[in-house]
Design a protein around this ligand. Structure first.
Ligand code: ASP
Length: 327
């Protein structure tokens, strides 16, 4: 197989500096050497270090699009793609790539590590080798691989700062689990089934188009006013429980209604982190529905955020985007 590995930044390739760990361009060569030292991997690898390496806390939708364009430009040349990325916003990037490579016909695996490659007790090689193993299985689609778990790109979330297993898939069992061998959630045959034709769409996403609205005890309209400024076209509302927010705060609800009336798509996702938003199960949730809020059901907020950016970037109308979330 011909496998393209893009190093975008993140702990996996970081080295110490006076201010703490920073991404290191020398990592690409080091990883290449380590892969070449494993002759049983009969693949051709190209490890490319991006010109500007970042800690993924600095990543924006422009970075998602840059990674996607890089993969697009090499699509015919390679059989599989591995994106090495910081863990902090890996779930957002994986979700964004899932949208940009819909019904993807090759493996695109996003991974990274908790401890840099240069350190003795690093998880870097395990994660890279696991990602390579997923490519060898010829799975089709965008996935996040970490510490043995292979998770659909729009289902993952970083749930631990310090465990080797930093990611989980809160609302769907993992697609695959790698021990000595792979264990698959679905029959292997299902991944081979004919899907709709692949759609590679990489929109220009405005950095200020989507925001997040946190619900917390005594949240006031003033807290959200700035967040819902005129540039915003989409918002992920982090509600309580099964999709609730205070329904006794008329100013807050009227701020939301004004926003949805002017076309902002507000998607309701629970801050519980797992489970479903059941729109209207409680009066406190019905008030959100009346204010024009769309249910995000069991999506992670990372996935909802990336999806909003994607469809807003493509120029879809708010009605069309609400329809997509409703489906
Ligand atoms: N701050 C790092 C990053 O997201 C953390 C990591 O890679 O694990 O780039």
């Amino acid at each position: 197989m011909k496998i393209y590995i893009a190093y975008t930044g993140g702990t996996i390739g970081m080295a110490p500096s006076d201010h703490g760990l920073i991404p290191d361009a020398a990592f690409a060569l080091e990883l290449t050497k380590r892969l070449e030292a494993l002759p049983e991997l009969e693949h051709e690898f190209v490890v490319n270090s991006y010109e500007t390496l970042i800690d993924s806390s600095n990543a924006t939708p422009k970075d998602w699009a840059m990674i996607a364009r890089d993969i697009e430009s090499k699509w015919q040349e390679y059989d599989a793609f591995i994106v090495l990325h910081g863990t902090d916003t890996m779930a957002y990037t994986a979700a964004a790539l899932t949208n940009m490579f819909m019904s993807c016909t090759k493996p695109i695996i996003v991974t990274g590590s908790q401890v840099p490659l240069y350190q003795a007790r690093s998880d870097a090689m395990n994660n890279v080798l696991g990602a390579i193993s997923a490519c060898e299985e010829k799975i089709k689609g965008v996935f996040l691989f970490f510490a043995g778990l292979l998770i659909e790109g729009d289902r993952a979330r970083k749930t631990h700062t310090g465990d080797w297993q930093a990611f989980s898939s809160p609302n769907l069992p993992e697609y695959g689990v790698l021990g000595i061998d792979w264990k698959w959630r679905d029959s292997r045959f299902s991944n081979m089934l004919k899907k709709p034709p692949m759609k590679m769409r990489i929109p220009d996403m405005a950095e200020d188009a989507v925001t997040i609205l946190p619900v917390f005890p005594s949240v006031q309209a003033e807290h959200w006013q700035g967040l819902l400024n005129e540039n915003v076209k989409g918002a992920v509302l982090l509600s309580y429980g099964a999709g609730n927010a205070p329904d006794k705060n008329a100013d807050l609800l009227s701020l939301l209604k004004t926003a949805t009336d002017r076309g902002v798509v507000v998607v309701n996702v629970s801050q519980c982190g797992a489970g479903n938003v059941v729109a209207g199960a409680y009066a406190a949730g019905s008030a959100l529905v009346a204010a024009g809020v769309t249910s995000g059901r069991d999506m992670t907020y990372e996935a909802a955020f990336a999806k909003l950016h994607f469809f807003i970037g493509l120029g879809f109308s708010s009605r069309e985007i609400r329809g997509i979330f409703d489906r």
